[in-house]
Each structure stands twice: as structure tokens, then as C-alpha cells.
Design a protein around this ligand. Sequence first.
Ligand code: F6P
Length: 365
Amino acid sequence: MKKRVLVATGGGDCPGLNAVIRGIVKRASHERDWEILGSYQAFNGVLREPMELMVLDEHKVSGIHVKGGTIIGTTNKGGPFAWPIKEKDGTWSSADRSDEMLRRLQYQNIEAVINIGGDGSQAISQKLFEKGLNIIGVPKTIDNDLAGTDFTFGFQTAVEIATDAVDKLVTTAESHNRIFILEVMGRDAGWIALHSSVAGGAEVCLIPEIPYKVESVIERIHERIINDRGVLIIVIAEGAMPVGGEAAAEESDEIGYAHKHLGGAASRLKKELKDAGCESDIRVTILGHLQRGGIPNAYDRVLATQFGVKAFEMVLEGNFGQMVAYKHPNIVGLPIKKVISSYNRIGPDDQLVKTARGIGINLGD
Ligand code: F6P
């Protein structure tokens, strides 16, 4: 009987997930006696009745590296430690089904699991590892906020999409002498905003790590727009906040969703600027999930493929409880426990912050 590895993709989707899956399956095909299974929608496929598992062979993964999304589905709800349960009175609670999940994996002769996901998914990996599961983590997120790895795959594609948006807004802003505020994703980290601002040439970049002063932005507007002539592109991260304020967010009404829905930072800034007396035309563009969908760029396909191959090799070596990470120029394994103990946010002295300031980008401070 073949040895089985289960692959799961969890959390928000991200360009490059399919390239990781393909890398795992192709590398495994060089070994005799190994079979790769996918669990539909993270671990929910293992926990559903009947189970939703699929065999991932070379035929199934052929050509998928160029496709966005994930062929095995994903979710940011549920999971083995917080399975949503509907009570008789219609309210929802959650149950820990992790022991049951481990039994189900044993019953399916699963020797090891490769869990592809962001910080929430890797926290689940660590808890399962502590319960005895042979598990390897693979870091994914467009936000690039996972510690321990130089980059997560998906980030470079998101930056390209955001930069393309800046480029497009510049031409329409120039035609109308307008201010554009572009809201980009990134959760509590400003990596997408900062990279696309430098690449696209935005005048103002507001990130969660540096709370902004509206007066500072107004000052830049006055420098750039004189007698109604001039343009200004502001890139704002969804998690950005004014000094003394909080990120614009609302509670989720989705059952089992662990996060707040971030969004509204750009509209709030527009109001703040208008309230502060800005008379220029201001338009808001929210890029949203366009940053996550579609074809991964070449960089992300390469990184994701490297992660997939390494993850399977770590299974062969028995390096469980570790996450694959990119430490230039190598792909290495790091303890998941260490990786999830911190968060990759932009530091005040990061090189790219210095570069941004060096070319005169206003960071709102
Ligand atoms: O973590 C990735 C991300 O796209 C964030 O940038 C964003 O805040 C969040 O996920 C949105 O998640 P969803 O709409 O899938 O709930």
C-alpha cells in the first residue's frame, strides 16, 4: 500500500497555491510508494461526512501552476479546533474536533500532512503537531506578513496588480487634475502599499505601521496641487489608521470567521481631507480581491514551486513541525512554533521605508 500525504490549503486564497500543489505532486512522483491526497477546503474535507478527499496525481496537476486560486478549495472558516455547530435555538457555537480529525487521518493511512496557509493556518499546524501529527507548513499570503521567510508567494503578484492600478490612476488623475486614493489589501502590514507606492511613484503612502496625520497629507496636497493644477496619488493600506485612531473595520457576520473585515480606510481618509478643507476633486478606488485572483506572476510560480518541492522533501526527511521558508538564496525549514510567535510588519528603519522617504514619498508622519 502506498504511503499517503494529505495536502490542505487554508485561509484566503493567493496566487501560487496551485503551483505549490503541483510542486508537491511532481516531486512525489519521483519516489515510489507515495500518493498525494487533497482535502477540500482546508481540513474541512477531512471533517465532513462523507469526507471530501481527492487523489492528486500528475494528470490532475498538469498545467495548474498558471492558474489562480486552488484546485482543492480553501476557507477561512471552521477547522479542527473551531468547528461551527448550530444549536437547537439557532445560535452558533464551536467544537474542538481535532482528536476526531487525527483518527480520521489515521483511518485513511495518512502518514503526513502539508498545510499551505497563512498565520492562522500555521497556528493550527502547530497545535496539530503538538497533538502528534506529522505536519509541514507552507507559508502563503499576499500580505507577506509571515515571519521567518523573506517572502511569501502571492505577494509579488499582488504588488504587480497594485502597481498596475497606480499606473492607470496616474493617467486619469493627470487628465482631470485630481487626487486619487487607492486602497490596497495587506491586513495589519503595509507591504503591498509600500512596494506599490515605490514601484508606481505614489506621492503619499499610508501604512498600518505608521499612523498618519491628516495635516501631513494636506501639506503634501498643497505642495502638489496649485491653482487647481496637479495630481496626487495616495496609496493607503486597508489597515492604516490616523494617529490615535483604529483601522477601519467591521465585525464579520459570517459564521466561524475569525477576523474583522477590514475596509473603508480610503473613504475615511477622503472625508478627513475634505473636513480639513481640501478643495480638490478626490476619487477613491478600492482594489480588493482583484489583488488575490488571477494568474500568479513568474516570481510567485517559481517560489511556490520551490516551496512545494521542499515541503515534500521535508516529509521524506521527517522534518515535521517545520515550515518551509525562503531565506535568500535557500529554501529552508524553520520550526512553526518560532515562526508564528512573531509577525512580519514594516519596521521604522526598514530599507524600503528609507528608500520611500529618499524619493520623497510622504508616509503621513
Ligand atoms: O490575508 C489576505 C487578505 O486578502 C487580506 O489582505 C484581507 O484583509 C483579507 O485576506 C480578506 O479576506 P476575505 O475577504 O477572504 O475574508
